[in-house]
Design a protein around this ligand. Structure first.
Ligand code: NAP
Length: 238
């Protein structure tokens, strides 16, 4: 396995939940960290926690659903941190509801955030990785994207599209030594899954954000000749 020490990672949705866990664990590996989200107060708080590990930390508040805001936010983070090697494309929303109950604007918001957010962010980071001649992009989809379900229409459709987008990115960008990794986690205890009523988050049984973070860290630490292109993680016996 390779060392990640001295690399620089940008983690969207890094202020809380799965993204925060990844940010903390990568910082412990000596990775400089840029986190993003909409809630600046939350980002500031998490940035303070990250700074205690001794790495460089920056944050940028922007909505991933806005292409112009993503471009400006990513460029500002790279300018502050000096470079970027790793993108964890993690920000997303989990608006659930029956087809009948959900409005078309709810539907559009889910697609705009979960699909276009991943696309805009990858496209904003890509020129930096291309110029460097290598890098890593972790796109966080979901098992919901592998198979639709009741109340899941918009979320599952957005994540199915992320899987497809991410696999296409992988096919194009591996030729530039950019590893594009498509992750499809099952339910993990977080605001999204607990408030959405998907799990009680019981740490004895249910995947925790730290489990997700260890998985991402270990995938990134694979020798650069090795690319874990797709992966799922489940609770053993929730
Ligand atoms: N938890 C699960 O069971 C599970 C399972 C499979 C996949 N996932 C995926 O994992 C990712 C992280 O989920 P989580 O469980 O950590 O959710 P979470 O606790 O609700 O956190 C979501 C994160 O995304 C950010 N975010 C949401 N909308 C945004 C927007 N429009 N612009 C910028 N940032 C935005 C939030 O930051 P702000 O609030 O500051 O905007 C927050 O940091 C999501 O893509 C989710 O779909 C989660």
């Amino acid at each position: 396995m390779i060392s990640l020490k001295g690399k620089t990672a940008i983690i969207t949705g890094g202020g809380r939940g799965l993204g925060k866990a990844v940010a903390l664990l990568l910082a412990q590996e000596g990775v400089h960290i840029g986190i993003t989200g909409r809630n600046e107060e939350q980002l500031k708080k998490t940035a303070e926690e990250l700074k205690a590990t001794g790495v460089k930390v920056a944050y940028a508040a922007f909505d991933v659903a806005s292409e112009a805001a993503v471009k400006a936010g990513i460029d500002a983070l790279v300018a502050e941190l000096g470079t970027v090697d790793i993108l964890v494309n993690n920000a997303g929303i989990g608006k659930l509801g029956t087809l009948e109950a959900m409005s078309s604007s709810d539907w559009e918001q889910v697609i705009q955030t979960n699909l276009f957010g991943v696309y805009y962010t990858a496209m904003a980071v890509y020129p930096y990785l291309k110029a460097k001649g290598e890098g890593d992009i972790v796109n966080v989809a979901s098992t919901a994207g592998l198979k639709g379900g009741a109340t899941m229409s918009a979320y599952a459709a957005s994540k199915a599209a992320v899987i497809s987008l991410s696999q296409s990115m992988m096919a194009e960008w591996r030729k530039q030594n950019i590893r594009v990794i498509t992750l499809t986690p099952s339910t993990i205890a977080s605001d999204m899954s607990i408030q959405g009523g998907l799990t009680d988050g019981n740490p004895e049984k249910v995947l925790q954000p730290e489990d997700f973070a260890e998985w991402v860290r270990d995938i990134l630490k694979m020798n650069r000749r090795a690319l874990i292109a797709n992966g799922s993680i489940f609770s053993t016996n929730p």
